[in-house]
Design a protein around this ligand. Sequence first.
Ligand SMILES: *Cc1c(COP(=O)(O)O)cnc(C)c1O
Length: 375
Amino acid sequence: MIPFNKAFVTNRELGYIAEAYGNAHLSGDGAFTKQCHGWLEAQTGVSKALLTHSCTAALEMAAMLAGIGPGDEVIMPSYTFVSTANAFVLRGAVPVFVDIRPDTCNLDETLVEAAITPRTRAIVPVHYAGVACEMNALQDIARRHNLLLIEDAAQGVMARYHGRVLGGIGDFGTYSFHETKNVTCGEGGALLVNAPAHAQRAEIIREKGTNRSQFFRGQVDKYTWVDVGSSYLPGELVAAFLWAQLQEAASITDARLAIWARYHASLAPLEAAGLLRRPTIPAGCEHNAHMYYVVLAPQFDRQQVLTSLRAAGINAVFHYVPLHSAPAGRQFGRVHGAMDVTDAVSERLIRLPLWVGLTEAQQHEVVTQLGAALA
Ligand SMILES: *Cc1c(COP(=O)(O)O)cnc(C)c1O
């Protein structure tokens, strides 16, 4: 069986974990966490990067920092992971789902402005498959309407938009280091804070609403409860694992891009035959090969195609059930406009195996079997 995903390890993880153990500092914000923060700040250019135990946690922090409250509205795609919406629903806000672009499966920036109401507080673009949303247009809309821009860059580590690093463009950005993402520590994430004015409060919210971070830096002589917050930081063993991966982030991305490019070249004939559509990478987007997906032509039954692939030893998978059609999405959110592209893409998209170590022979098999399933 060719698995859909296989987490890559660099072989330095266990050494760093042993080092963290030797440092006798196992809770959060030790030496390895600081190295990860430094790397993330250098890579993204934000004023503050903070490791979290998941991208979900980082999104929850962003919602608190943005001051989102009951009745506020937040514009986002429906074609995304549940955490994008849940983070705001937890604050009593209403996710307003807008359709996606057919080429990138990203929030359709031309539909956003019409969804704005007096209650709208933020726009949450999701960089699907590590391909950037149209951030110039979204930033322009956010500025003109005085809205916050919160990037769900869970899939966007190491990807860029006109030279700018995803996650570092909006007011806040979030990364995921879940096992299924390019750079991983099992479960993990990061919050990126662009405006220095939010940096201190971000530390406080992450440390249970206390000013413990300032205390550790010697800036206050005791620490106390100063704000709302929760426990959002990972322990040092997790940070040690992640540090090994961040050091290899460039080579991991290069290896994935090579695999992505091979799929893209070998699937061109199936696209030319009208059997499927390959991903589009708009000009100015440097993606990170987080995913290789194809959108099947409407005449195919996707489940049958996935079943045929599985019978041939290939684990290809579908992706999101649109949030607007999910029970909680219907309860907590609302739709603005038609969801035709979201509905069509979500019913026809399949993701192919893509992981560092996937061989050319295995890729050839995936492409051959996909062609056979569509014959
Ligand atoms: C993976 C993912 C998340 C959640 O990440 P966790 O680290 O598992 O919390 C959120 N949003 C998107 C778009 C994702 O792909």
